[in-house]
Design a protein around this ligand. Structure first.
Ligand SMILES: C[S@@+](CC[C@H](N)C(=O)[O-])C[C@H]1O[C@@H](n2cnc3c(N)ncnc32)[C@H](O)[C@@H]1O
Length: 256
């Protein structure tokens, strides 16, 4: 089959399966199959059932940086890119950054990419995600939230990023079917109000950050209203709320 026909057929199959960016995805799957039609058929079949494209092709671009994403690991979202770039802007050239719940290590890898002389470390509970982050060049401490982070970090950190699970348990059912069918619940489920891990990340950040250091935390809905009073009690200030183009709350940035 000539390449144009192959792209057309593959796009049509993906479109029929409900893929929004069928042509771009088809091009990626064709490239990943390396001319092996049997493999292409398998990849298109898996994508048609909703398996994340990043797992099938093995990587995704995040802030322009290629990030490897192993099957079973949360796929970094474009909605997180603004937080990652703001973290870059706040990280001194030779600063120290901690990326809590690093997953594939996307945010940490972007920090290292744009601040190559800085020290960037990640923490992650899931061994598969931790291994994936290491493949992306991230120094990862595996454990629950900050367990295992070296004591030398305490009050020395310039920037903490925290893209933790924050979906309220009762709202998991409203996520796109592909997300709930494939991505690990542990990466998404933030407890009854969605704030269980957010609260823990903020508490830990208060111990990690040096005076003037920044916390950048992803959240949604009206979770800022729940979190800000708590952050004030922990002596955080200079709050900035980040909203996306649709006006939806995506993150809170503040200083210690
Ligand atoms: C929403 S994903 C974000 C991953 C990554 N930061 C990103 O933006 O692509 C949350 C990650 O937190 C990890 N996680 C969940 N609970 C955790 C905990 N108690 N301690 C450390 N990591 C945790 C999950 O395994 C998952 O990789």
């Amino acid at each position: 089959m000539d390449p144009e026909q192959c792209l057309e057929n593959t796009s049509a199959t993906l479109r029929a399966a409900g893929c929004v960016s069928a042509e771009e995805e088809a091009a990626e799957l064709i490239a990943a199959s390396g001319g092996d039609n049997e493999l292409l058929g398998e990849l298109v079949g898996r994508r048609s059932t909703g398996e994340p494209l990043a797992w099938l092709v093995g990587s995704v671009k995040f802030c322009g940086v290629p990030i490897q994403v192993t099957k079973g690991v949360y796929v970094p979202r474009w909605q997180t890119e603004a937080l990652a770039l703001e973290a870059v802007a706040r990280l001194p050239e030779r600063g120290l950054a901690v990326d809590l719940c690093t997953g594939s290590g996307a945010v940490a890898a972007v920090l290292s990419h744009y601040r190559p002389q800085a020290c960037v470390i990640g923490s992650e509970i899931d061994p598969v995600a931790a291994a994936c982050a290491r493949r992306n060049g991230v120094q990862v401490y595996q454990g629950d939230m900050g367990a295992g982070l070296p004591a030398s970090c305490w009050r020395q950190v310039d920037v903490v990023t925290a893209v933790v699970p924050y979906v309220p348990t009762g709202e998991l059912q409203f996520l796109p079917r592909d997300v709930t069918a494939y991505e690990p619940t542990r990466a998404l489920d933030g407890g009854s109000k969605g704030t269980e891990q957010l609260v823990r990340a903020c508490q830990l950040s208060a111990s990690l950050l040096k005076s003037g250091g920044s916390l950048l935390v992803e959240l949604g809905g009206r979770q800022d209203l729940l979190l800000k009073p708590f952050l004030c009690e922990l002596d955080f200030h200079d709050f900035e709320s980040h909203h996306d183009e649709d006006g939806d709350l995506r993150a809170v940035f503040c200083r210690r």
